[in-house]
Ligand binder design. Structure first.
Ligand code: HEC
Ligand code: HEC
Length: 223
């Protein structure tokens, strides 16, 4: 509602009405609204979804903590040349991802990235996860916990292996902020109050979560 009203009042007022914690670079926000990105993504937190119906009604992932979640360089590139992240269509377990996400020009993607990177929850501590070939994390991801049953990752022989129901993590090392991966595991209700992924709080210690975040944060795309 606030967004619609703000659009009607124009960009100048938007900058003024933006909440202090989201000192949103107004130019990127104006493009985000002008290109109708708002029809599928909401950018003001906290999480709005309360029920499964709310979750299923969404046509794109929430972006209100985009600045916590993504790596800036990846985001600029992806917005200009979006490639499928989720193997399956958003919200579906049976249809393939149609790979039809709208693309921005290079200039627009840099400006929109500035806006999206300004959106943070205030709940992610920077510099807590050191990414590496974490043997304990690998053990958890591939054996102790069912992570690999739902997420793609780089297999031994150069291909991609793993399940397809969750977002692909094969490029997580360039796409995601490792500190956010840890926070996502530790604070599941903050980021995704309604979700498909099981909650691992109580199953994994904070240390285990840090190990698995370190391991996932080290996944690099094939050259
Ligand atoms: C018709 C709905 C729709 C519109 C319009 C749309 N998106 Fe998306 N967006 C999606 C879906 C669905 C995904 C998931 C894509 C995937 O997993 O491959 C997505 C993914 C994203 C992501 C990655 C989010 C994540 O958590 O993986 C970003 C960033 C994004 N969109 C930004 C934008 C921007 C900027 C615009 C406007 C230029 C836009 N989107 C317009 C539906 C939409
Ligand atoms: C039953 C399937 C399932 C299992 C098991 C699972 N996940 Fe997920 N995961 C998902 C789905 C689906 C999402 C997308 C958000 C949602 O709907 O929960 C997700 C999201 C994620 C994300 C965010 C990715 C993004 O781009 O938004 C990370 C990181 C992640 N999972 C890591 C893990 C780790 C680590 C484990 C094991 C400890 C794990 N997952 C176990 C299904 C699963």
């Amino acid at each position: 509602m606030r967004l619609k009203l703000a659009t009607a009042m124009g960009v100048a007022c938007l900058a003024l009405s933006a909440p202090v914690s989201h000192a949103a670079p107004a130019d990127g926000q104006a493009i985000f609204e002008g290109k109708d990105c708002v029809s599928c993504h909401y950018t003001d937190g906290p999480a709005r979804e309360k029920t499964i119906e709310d979750q299923l009604a969404k046509t794109g992932p929430e972006l209100w903590y985009a600045g916590d979640k993504f790596q800036e360089e990846w985001l600029v590139g992806w917005l200009a040349d979006p490639q499928p992240i989720r193997p399956m269509k958003f919200g579906s377990l049976t249809e393939e991802n149609p790979a039809d996400h709208p693309a921005l020009s290079g200039d627009e993607s840099a400006t929109v990235t500035e806006f999206l990177m300004s959106l943070v929850s205030g709940e992610v501590e920077a510099g807590t996860v050191k990414v590496k070939k974490n043997a304990k994390g690998r053990q958890i991801f591939t054996k102790k916990m069912p992570c690999s049953g739902c997420h793609e990752y780089a297999g031994r022989k150069g291909g991609v292996t793993g399940g397809r129901s969750g977002p692909s993590l094969a490029e997580a090392g360039v796409r995601l902020n490792p500190d956010w991966i840890l926070a996502y595991l530790q604070k599941p209700t903050l980021f995704k109050p309604v979700k498909m992924m099981p909650v691992f709080v109580g199953l994994l210690s904070d240390k285990d979560m840090a190990n698995v975040a370190s391991y996932v944060g080290n996944f690099k795309p094939k050259k």
